[in-house]
Design a protein around this ligand. Structure first.
Ligand code: PMP
Length: 352
């Protein structure tokens, strides 16, 4: 026994490994689903002005200006439906902390966002992952409860597949589950529909959002939860006091007011995504139709790791993902047209 041993629940923890984050400039970066475009110009000027703001003071602990702007943008009754966080990862941390005690159960689909398991491990909780069925449907058991099931997490659109579960199915799940259903909508701005309005109908549907993807603000760290006010109030009691810093909150508030910019950038990226999917199919990949800002593709040759390595040598980073007992493939983020063309050209060369 050492004096600096972590508590036993953490001793066997596997780290969550996000995609590589090399210093900017060297690579065409299509590996972590960031926005290839800079954030709205109004955000940049607000940040510049904010640099001479009251940085010696703590920020508003509940980011009320942001929550007002977000409620307005999303058509929600008011700020009391929103909890702001330091990225949606922090929101997920708060939710796991709030609902899943030691030894209790958290459920997630497979393959999906691996961080959920890490959060459960940190809690000393158990997790079970249920594989998607063919066509990326959820098994019936996904909606069935057990006494110790405390939280179900569902990325929608899912990562790495980019596929989406219908609103009908989400409502059915919420009705049959004995616990909260977190619909992680990190990528929902790129999809044909979302579940924000269902939060008002079902107390156990909780929706998380991020500004890291569609708003081009991954470097700022801001995400939020949409849930019924009685729950938001309770969660405020267990979050860190000043979890959203002054500068990030200003950037996020301004971003929420830039809905026209958002619509334009999403339209542009979805057009690039369509072109990318088509070309990947022509190159022989099995391409999963995506509702997100990335594309999951698998090649019959199975040489995904080799492709990843080859692209990396050409200064193009994509994500190679290998899911035990399920399979591997490439997840390629939607970049600018030029970035995507460079990647597609190199993949073509790989097969020559
Ligand atoms: N949920 C999913 C499904 C994601 O892929 C990501 C990005 N890695 C996040 C949440 C976290 O986003 P954020 O940058 O807001 O922490």
């Amino acid at each position: 026994m050492s004096k600096i041993d972590l508590r036993p629940a953490l001793s066997k923890m596997q780290p969550y490994t996000p995609g590589e984050q090399p210093p900017p400039g060297k690579y065409i970066k299509l590996n972590t689903n960031e926005n290839p475009y800079p954030p709205p110009p109004s955000v940049v000027s607000a940040l510049q002005a904010a640099a001479s703001g009251p940085l010696n003071r703590y920020p508003d602990p509940t980011a009320t200006a942001f929550r007002r702007a977000a409620a307005n943008a999303l058509g929600l009754p008011g700020p009391e439906w929103i909890l702001a966080g330091n990225g949606s990862d922090e929101i997920l941390t708060i939710l796991v902390r709030a609902f899943v005690g030691e030894g209790q159960l958290l459920r997630l689909p497979y393959p999906s966002y691996i961080l959920y398991r890490t959060l459960a491990d940190i809690q000393g909780a158990r997790w079970e992952q249920m594989p998607f069925l063919d066509g990326w449907h959820l098994p019936t058991a996904f909606g069935q409860g057990s006494d110790d099931l405390r939280l179900v997490l569902l990325p929608n659109p899912n990562s790495p597949s980019g596929t989406i579960v219908s609103r009908d199915e989400i409502e059915k799940l919420a009705n049959t589950l004995p616990c909260p259903l977190v619909v992680d909508e990190a990528y929902a701005d790129f999809a044909e529909f979302n579940c924000i309005d269902l939060v008002q109908k079902h107390e156990n549907i909780l929706v998380t959002r991020t500004l890291s993807k569609s708003y081009g603000l991954a470097g700022v760290r801001f995400g939020f939860l949409v849930a019924q006010p009685q729950l938001i109030k309770k969660l405020c009691n267990i979050k860190d006091s000043y979890n959203c810093d002054y500068l990030a909150t200003i950037a996020a508030t301004e971003a929420m007011n830039a809905q026209d910019w958002l619509a334009d950038v999403v339209k542009k990226m979805n057009a690039t995504r369509a072109r990318m999917q088509l070309r990947l199919s022509e190159l022989g990949f099995n391409v999963t139709p995506s509702q997100a800002n990335f594309v999951w593709c698998q090649h019959p040759s199975g040489k995904h790791n080799e492709m990843y390595q080859y692209l990396k040598k050409q200064q193009i980073l994509v994500r190679y993902m290998d899911f035990p007992d399920w399979g591997d493939g490439l997840r390629i983020s939607v970049g600018t047209d030029d970035q995507v063309d460079a990647c597609l050209m190199m993949l073509e060369r790989f097969f020559q």
